[in-house]
Design a protein around this ligand. Structure first.
Ligand code: COA
Length: 260
């Protein structure tokens, strides 16, 4: 597939998506959101890909937000549609993938950029990263899930302050808040993220997919998370991965999971 705004590499079971509009600090225009949807969909379908990493091109930005130049003249209806389409195509889509998605936050992650990082299953930041939801400084609110996912990750009070002040926090503060799991020097960001991906890849892809579903259920009002866990726990017993994992343990050897 040919993409204009993103780069894709696949190696050793890891699919890496790099948002590639560095002259616009990798701002998310609608075309990029559509390309990202297609890229995630393709990588999810590829059984050889066990982990997806998303990052931004260059040393300055992960993503500096939704592309402001595209929506500056939108009407009420167009604004609502922009948010709805983006959430469906990218942000909710990423959150609900069964393949683990790690955001390697390599610089500014603002507005839609932080929202994209928060839709990923977890985040690792470079030491120069800066994060925030500055939308109210533009007279708008976060529209790609930021008002929901930020309080889930950092708590209501911190989310209120970050959104109301339109402020930015540095990587270490983000770690203290629980917004990112690790902070590493920028030059080590991708290798460090790949090392975590390798640990994930030792485990059953099917079980990981079910675990993502069960954990996500905790944050959906209409779904009972405990029931989701019970259902998916049960499903594991019908998988080849479960037979392989338990047999390998009893035979004192390393499991070789097929993801089935
Ligand atoms: N949408 C569209 N273009 C953006 C953008 C965005 N969210 N963020 C940065 N850009 C563009 C700038 O317009 C500029 O383009 P130009 O060279 O054609 O003028 C280019 O990226 C470089 O950005 P610049 O502002 O010159 O870099 P800086 O180092 O001075 O400042 C930021 C960096 C991140 C502080 C600043 O770009 C910024 O505040 N961006 C907007 C952040 C935001 O409000 N995001 C939420 C959007 S809902």
């Amino acid at each position: 597939m040919n993409f204009e705004n993103i780069l894709i590499t696949t190696e050793n079971g890891i699919g890496q998506i790099t948002i590639n509009r560095p002259s616009k600090l990798n701002a998310l225009n609608v075309a990029t959101i559509k390309e990202l949807h297609d890229a995630f969909e393709n990588l999810e379908k590829d059984d050889n890909i066990r982990v997806i990493i998303i990052t931004g091109e260059g040393e300055k930005a992960f993503v500096a937000g939704a592309d402001i130049s595209e929506f500056a003249n939108f009407s009420v209806e167009e604004g609502a549609q922009l948010a709805a389409q983006g959430q469906e195509l990218l942000f909710d889509f990423v959150e609900n993938l069964k393949t683990p998605v790690i955001a390697a936050v390599n610089g500014f992650a603002l507005g839609g950029g932080l929202e994209l990082a928060m839709a990923c299953h977890f985040r690792i930041a470079s030491d120069n990263a800066k994060m925030g939801l500055p939308e109210v400084s533009l007279g708008v609110i976060p529209g790609y899930g930021g008002t929901q996912r930020l309080p889930q990750l950092v708590g209501k009070g911190r989310a209120m302050e970050l959104v109301m002040t339109a402020g930015m926090i540095d990587a270490e503060t983000a770690k203290t808040y629980g917004l990112v799991n690790h902070v590493v020097p920028q030059a080590e960001l991708i290798d460090f993220t790949k090392a975590i991906a390798s640990k994930i890849m030792r485990n059953s892809p099917v079980a990981i997919g079910f675990a993502i579903k069960a954990i996500n259920a905790n944050f959906k009002d209409s779904i009972d998370g405990y029931k989701t866990e019970i259902k998916n726990f049960g499903k594991c017993f019908g998988t080849e991965d479960f037979k392989e994992g338990t047999t390998a343990f009893l035979e004192k050897r390393k499991a070789s999971f097929k993801g089935k």
